[in-house]
Design a protein around this ligand. Structure first.
Ligand SMILES: NC(=O)c1ccc[n+]([C@@H]2O[C@H](COP(=O)([O-])OP(=O)(O)OC[C@H]3O[C@@H](n4cnc5c(N)ncnc54)[C@H](OP(=O)(O)O)[C@@H]3O)[C@@H](O)[C@H]2O)c1
Length: 260
C-alpha cells in the first residue's frame, strides 16, 4: 500500500479524489481510515480503495494525516511506525511537533486550502531533511499537484501564507457580497447581483494570472471615467490598508494558536 489517508472529511476526500482522477496511484495502492467506520466503508466502496483499521494502516509506505489538529495528539501514538513517511495538512501543527509525536523525522507539512475541493488549491510544502532524503517531499509534490499548484515555503512563513492565501476566500467572499449589495442598492435584483459579483471575481482571477495587478487596474480605469471615481471612493475608506491589516492580524493569530 503506497498511501493511507487518515481522516475522510472535506480535505481527505478531495485529495483522495484528486490522486485517483490524476492516476497518480491506483485504487489498490490506497487505503483509507476515518473515525467513523461507516464513512470509511462508504468511501472505500465508492472509490474502490481499501478500508483500513489501525492495524492494517501499519502496512502503508506513507500516511496522509487529514484529521483536525485537536484530534492529532490522541491519534499520533496509534499511527506511529518507524519506517513510514508522514504528510500532514493539519493547520498550525509544526514539523517539530509532528516528529516528536510520530517518533520519526520523515515528516512533510503541507498547507492546502478549500479550493482543493475543486482542484484549484494553492498548497505550500516544507519537510525535514530526512523526509527529503526518503523521497517523501517529492511524493507530496506529486500528490498535492493533483488538487492544484504546489510551492515550497519556509516553515516560518506558513502562518503568513495561511493568512494571505488559505484565509483569502473568506475576505474575497466579503468583497463579492459587498459588490452585490452595491448592485442591489443601485436597483439590480439580488440573484443577478450575486452572479455578476461571483463571475467578475473568477474572471479577474484569471486575468491576474497573466497581468500585474497595477497594470490591470490601470487598464480598467480610464481618465475621468467611472472606475477611477469608484477607486477613489474605496481608497478613501482604506480598502488596501484593511486587507494588509487582515493578513497581519491573521498571521499574528496563527502564531498565537501554534504556540497554544
Ligand atoms: N478545510 C480547509 O479549508 C482546510 C485547509 C487547509 C488545511 N486544513 C486542515 O485539514 C484537516 C482536515 O480538515 P477538514 O476540513 O477536512 O476537516 P473535517 O471535514 O472535519 O474532516 C476530518 C475527518 O477526520 C475524522 N477523524 C477525526 N479523528 C480521527 C481519527 N482518530 N482517525 C481517523 N479519522 C478521524 C473526522 O471524523 P469526525 O467528524 O467523526 O470527528 C472527519 O471525518 C484539518 O487539520 C485542517 O486544519 C483544512
Amino acid at each position: 500500500m503506497k498511501l493511507a489517508i487518515v481522516g475522510l472529511g472535506k480535505m481527505g476526500s478531495s485529495i483522495l479524489e484528486g490522486v485517483l482522477d490524476a492516476g497518480l496511484l491506483s485504487p489498490e495502492e490506497i487505503g483509507v481510515l476515518d473515525a467513523s467506520p461507516e464513512l470509511t466503508q462508504k468511501r472505500a466502496a465508492r472509490y474502490g480503495v481499501r478500508p483500513l483499521d489501525l492495524e492494517a494502516l501499519a502496512g502503508a509506505e506513507r500516511v496522509l494525516i487529514a484529521v483536525k489538529p485537536q484530534d492529532f495528539p490522541a491519534l499520533a501514538p496509534r499511527i506511529a511506525h518507524a519506517n513510514t513517511g508522514y504528510l500532514s495538512i493539519m493547520a498550525g501543527v509544526s514539523t517539530r511537533t509532528l516528529a516528536e509525536r510520530l517518533g520519526t523525522r520523515r515528516v512533510v507539512r503541507a498547507m492546502p486550502n478549500l479550493a482543493a475541493t475543486i482542484k484549484r488549491s494553492t498548497t505550500v510544502l516544507t519537510a525535514l531533511p530526512e523526509a527529503r532524503e526518503a523521497g517523501d517531499l517529492a511524493f507530496a509534490e506529486r500528490l498535492f499537484a493533483t488538487v492544484g499548484s504546489v510551492y515550497p515555503l519556509k516553515e516560518e512563513l506558513f502562518d503568513a501564507f495561511t493568512a494571505m492565501s488559505a484565509s483569502a476566500p473568506a475576505y474575497l467572499a466579503l468583497v463579492a457580497e459587498a459588490l452585490a449589495d452595491g448592485g442591489v442598492k443601485m436597483g439590480i435584483p439580488r440573484d443577478k447581483a450575486l452572479k455578476f459579483a461571483a463571475e467578475v471575481l473568477v474572471a479577474t482571477g484569471l486575468l491576474l494570472e497573466r497581468k500585474h495587478p497595477a497594470a490591470l487596474k490601470d487598464e480598467v480605469a480610464s481618465p475621468g471615467g467611472t472606475t477611477i471615481y469608484g477607486l477613489a471612493a474605496v481608497e478613501a475608506r482604506g480598502f488596501r490598508a484593511a486587507l494588509i491589516e487582515a493578513v497581519e492580524e491573521a498571521t499574528r493569530r496563527g502564531k498565537e494558536l501554534g504556540e497554544g
